[in-house]
Ligand binder design. Structure first.
Ligand SMILES: [Zn+2]
Ligand SMILES: [Zn+2]
Length: 119
């Protein structure tokens, strides 16, 4: 993988899947590296992005994200998008907008990304 510049995003996967997927910023899938969001390893069939993130040691490092996990990090949780969390109501009932019961982090990301795309 060639080195990436700060603020540059690379993508991986079989086909371009987003506007950010230009011909000159495609990279090999970082197979068996953990996704920044869900911590599951990248599989050969996955789509996603590689971003230059700053590690806890303060060093820039290329970090992979599944496409759906990247979208989830921007669009918010399932509850948040459905306006079922406490962000949208001033009731006493506190509903966290960070997770959905019964789903893994990645499953929740897939569902949140689907809701976002289907809008
Ligand atoms: Zn992920
Ligand atoms: Zn919310």
């Amino acid at each position: 993988m060639r080195s990436i510049k700060p603020q540059e995003i690379q993508w991986f996967g079989a086909e371009p899947f987003a506007i950010a997927c230009a011909a000159d910023n495609r990279c090999e899938p970082p197979i068996e590296k953990a996704c920044a969001w869900c911590d599951e390893d990248i599989a050969p069939s996955d789509n996603g992005f590689v971003c230059l993130n700053i590690t806890l040691e303060g060093e820039p490092a290329p970090i992979p994200w599944h496409a759906e996990c990247f979208i989830r990090s921007l669009c918010g949780s399932v509850e948040h998008q459905l306006r079922q969390c406490s962000c949208f109501s001033a009731t006493d009932k506190q509903i966290d907008c960070s997770e959905t019961d019964g789903l893994t982090v990645r499953e929740e990301a897939r569902l949140a990304a689907k809701i976002w795309r289907d809008r």
